[in-house]
Design a protein around this ligand. Structure first.
Ligand SMILES: Nc1ncnc2c1ncn2[C@@H]1O[C@H](COP(=O)(O)OP(=O)(O)OP(=O)(O)O)[C@@H](O)[C@H]1O
Length: 293
């Protein structure tokens, strides 16, 4: 598998927002790869650029933000050059997305069932009956009780946790080759969280689904990730396999992060913001070199 072409290759990605006196790069020279079946954890304090990175990969950065440079390749496709139809096929089909805020992916005026069915039928040529059955099956797989009844419910009728799981079902129903998951389980209680993580890892084993997993929870990273990217101030400041990052952090921010001693499964709402002193050292330090692949 080591010789296999990466599924996702990101190089020199730069995303800017207007700022007083010009622009500010909130994603700055970001590069990494994700291989088939690999789970890459993306960690970093609040505001470090994790979500904007994820949105940039899918070209979902809202105006006035813009991708100012770099390249994103998914399999044989140049994502930054795709036309609208190509992008639509990619989003929700080959690449599934789970956002922090479920209402971003849900339309409040349509039932849950209609939305899962439409997602399935937009990406696969299947009839209504088959799509209905598969939608029910996915709602069941994410642990939602009475899925047939839920099919007829509207988003506002579901609790936050149920909605989150419905969104996860929607992201997974087309069996994506890559799942971009931004804090997918943060809103869920610990039991459901464990169930969803097991489901994601099962899918990885069954289908080779790769994941870019953004989280504040280092316990979750230890549990699911093969490799880790640490982001700070828009740049990747440390990268490596999960064991070396946890055992021997090289960057002051990673070290500060790990000194909070996360316990497996323990929830951290926010990664710590490091002290000004460490911040100074960090800003002077180089970005983590990307290994030649
Ligand atoms: N629409 C916007 N306009 C201006 N700046 C923005 C916009 N969206 C994001 N940013 C800025 O981009 C930076 C990175 O934000 P991003 O949401 O990617 O951080 P994050 O690491 O995902 O944080 P969190 O963990 O809190 O979600 C932040 O400084 C944020 O203020």
């Amino acid at each position: 598998m080591a010789d296999e072409e990466p599924l996702l290759t990101v190089r020199g990605l730069r995303t800017e927002f207007p700022a007083p006196g010009g622009t500010r790069a909130v994603v700055d020279d970001v590069g990494f790869t994700v291989r088939r079946g690999e789970v890459v954890g993306l960690v970093g304090e609040s505001g470090s650029g994790k979500s904007v990175t994820a949105m940039s990969l899918m070209r979902l950065v809202a105006e006035p933000g813009r991708i100012a440079g770099g390249s994103v390749r998914f399999a044989d496709r140049d994502v930054l050059a795709l036309r609208r139809s190509g992008l639509q096929r990619l989003r929700g089909g080959d690449i599934g997305m789970i956002f922090q805020e479920p209402m971003h992916s849900m339309n409040p005026v349509f039932t849950i069932g209609r939305q899962v069915i439409e997602t399935l039928r937009a990406h696969e040529s299947i009839g209504r009956r088959e799509a209905y059955d598969r939608a029910v099956e996915w709602l069941d797989r994410v642990g939602l009780a009475r899925p047939d009844r839920l099919m007829r419910s509207y988003p506002h009728e579901l609790s936050g946790g149920m909605l989150q799981r419905a969104m996860i079902a929607m992201a997974l129903c087309c069996r994506p080759r890559l799942l971009i998951a931004d804090e997918p389980t943060t809103a869920l209680d610990v039991t459901i969280q464990a169930q969803i993580l097991d489901l994601l890892l099962d899918l990885r084993d069954e289908t080779g689904m790769a994941m870019l997993f953004i989280t504040h929870d280092l316990g979750v990273v230890a549990q699911v990730a093969d490799s880790v990217l640490v982001m700070y101030g828009g740049r990747i400041v440390e990268r490596g396999d999960v064991f070396s990052i946890f055992d021997d952090p090289q960057h002051p921010y990673t070290d500060a992060l790990l000194r909070t001693k996360p316990v497996l499964g323990q929830r951290l709402d926010r990664l710590p913001t490091i002290s000004e002193q460490v911040r100074e050292a960090t800003l002077r330090g180089p970005a983590a070199e990307e290994p030649a692949s």
